[in-house]
Design a protein around this ligand. Structure first.
Ligand code: 5HY
Length: 265
């Protein structure tokens, strides 16, 4: 089984950290490839960043389809480009906010999110509502550490741990969701420190993709997430033209990994 974990920002050190977190939970026979797009923002901390990250994500999914990748993780807490990626992919595509939030609901009645900058809190709330878990989300908190300073700031771990402790106490919640892929390596430390389950979306998304592929389940090609319609794209996006998909989708079944065909961008 091949899982492609896409860090939508272009910071290689963060891609390595994400890949390590994903490989820690990958089962036997599961190959994890962690990549960053060749184009895009160095970190994603605004709607503008998210929008500019999507072409790179889609290029990586299109490449993965040509390589026979079985499933994808979008490793950014804003879940950028998720539905578009699902239209391109044959296998499952799981993003880290959705995976982490849904996982948290299995562990307690309520959860709190601790993310980076306060300006991204609204996006986390929008996703909680979109995924139907807003009633379980008691709060979204920001540690006010810029994404790229997670690796460089000497007190980042302590500040994040304190923000998680504060969130649990203020919200009266049962579980913490780490709101950034760059926090993936802090999961065990924070959980030990605050005495509550802490969910890292990179690990949660990786095992979710692994589980879905093991069940032989793939993204549905009938309805909203059917492949994009063939059409021209111009200018910088001229490379994103989607070819016709000549093959009918095989019927899904619970069994071995699927290997359908999809257009390549
Ligand atoms: C992430 N940004 O997971 C998000 C976190 C955030 O570059 N990777 C980023 O603050 O939304």
């Amino acid at each position: 089984m091949r899982i492609k974990v896409i860090n939508p920002n272009t910071t290689a050190s963060m891609t390595r950290l994400i890949g390590e977190s994903a490989r820690l939970v990958a089962g036997p026979g599961v190959e994890v490839e962690a990549v960053s797009p060749s184009m895009g923002p160095s970190s994603i901390e605004s709607h503008y960043d998210e929008a500019l990250a999507v072409p790179g994500i889609l290029a990586e999914v299109a490449a993965g389809e040509a390589e026979g990748v079985d499933g994808y993780v979008i490793a950014c807490f804003g879940d950028p480009g998720l539905e578009a990626a699902r239209e391109l992919a044959t296998g499952p595509v799981v993003a880290i906010a959705e995976a982490a939030m849904r996982t948290a609901t299995y562990l307690g009645r309520s959860f709190s999110v601790v993310t980076t900058l306060g300006r991204t809190r609204g996006r986390a709330w929008d996703l909680a509502h979109a995924y139907g878990v807003a009633s379980a989300c008691r709060g979204v908190h920001a540690c006010e550490i810029p994404v790229l300073e997670l690796e460089t700031s000497p007190d980042a771990r302590d500040r994040i741990t304190e923000a998680c402790r504060h969130a649990l106490a203020l919200d009266g919640s049962d579980v913490i969701v780490l709101g950034c892929a760059g926090m993936a390596d802090l999961c065990a430390h924070v959980s030990e420190a605050v005495g509550a389950p802490v969910v890292d979306g990179v690990a949660a998304a990786t095992v979710t993709v692994q589980g879905l592929v093991t069940l032989g389940l793939r993204t549905s090609a009938v309805g909203e997430l059917a492949p994009p319609l063939p059409k021209a794209y111009t200018g910088l996006l001229s490379g994103f033209t989607v070819a016709d998909d000549p093959q009918p989708e095989p019927v899904q079944h619970a069994g071995g990994p699927g290997n359908g065909t999809r257009p390549t961008a």
